[in-house]
Design a protein around this ligand. Sequence first.
Ligand code: NAD
Length: 333
Amino acid sequence: MKYFVTGGSGFIGSNFIYYMFNKYGSKIKIVNIDKLTYAANNQNLNILPENLNGVNYFFEHVDITDNESMDLLFKKYRPDYVVNFAAETHVDRSIQDPKVFLTSNIYGTQVLMDLCLKYGVKRFHQVSTDEVYGSLENDGYFTEETPVDPSSPYSASKCAADLLCKSYGNTYNLPFTISRCSNNFGPYQFPEKLIPKAILNILRGEKVPLYGDGGNVRDWLYVDDHCEAIDLILHHSENKQIYNIGGNNEWTNFTLIKQLLSRLDDELSNFETQKNDETKFIEYVNDRQGHDRRYAIDSSKIQRELKWRPRAKFEDALDKTVDWYINNRHFYL
Ligand SMILES: NC(=O)c1ccc[n+]([C@@H]2O[C@H](COP(=O)([O-])OP(=O)(O)OC[C@H]3O[C@@H](n4cnc5c(N)ncnc54)[C@H](O)[C@@H]3O)[C@@H](O)[C@H]2O)c1
């Protein structure tokens, strides 16, 4: 089986490539297509076994919005599956400058889908986000039937791509699936996102910035669990299905930072303050415009239909993640 993995040099894409080779080894071929934006890291796939290179694993430095170059790649490799991780992903950047979000996230998806139709790809999988649903108050969960209600240009662009996907299914019979996942954590994430930013700031002896009152709630999922869900959807779900993926693991940003600080005890000596007063390591900053208060995912559909469950224990996965950033700080500092 041949897979196109777009955005494979970013956070989740690189974890997905490791996941797939760990599971299927040399039975599969993966072509990682990435524009290598600031969020990508060339070193992310450094520890792939040498013998896969050029035989089972290929890298193509291409922008998915470049229709001509993408057409040549489809012609050259003839993929069975296309998994689209490629996107601009940082909400704050989308608020500053939405244009590239619309180009990569919407137009890029269209280019891929047109080529999937042209070359008869078995399945196009769109990696989407729970952010398309907007914000929840204290109660309730997003289901796949929750109306979309995006708050930021980022989530609006992901939402538009999802709708375009559905339209390609209805109009052209494109075989597609969509997954909408909650916040991921794990290795290889660019440190503008909360968890790596917090860890690396502490390693640098800097405070952790926290939006508003720190009370925004996110449902955190270890990245390998997301990868497993996508693998199951690709191979075991019917076409035209949307699946929510979540960890049932809600934390306020403040409690999450407290948990990180408790794992960084040795590093807190960089600060001239009382270790047990976590507020000394946090800097409250003005809230993000349109900041969604709470995301919480009902993932019962994928649990029921595909027998998926989050496997990682949150505390262990967070330990592992903190250790990874400590040991790989040279990637970022
Ligand atoms: N990180 C999360 O918590 C999360 C949660 C749910 C869904 N998602 C979705 O998962 C996907 C991957 O997210 P991530 O956190 O790994 O993002 P990331 O920002 O770490 O990586 C994105 C990758 O896409 C590449 N890219 C961007 N524009 C491109 C283009 N035009 N052509 C080719 N490559 C391009 C970048 O170079 C980068 O390698 C995104 O679609 C995102 O919306 C992320």
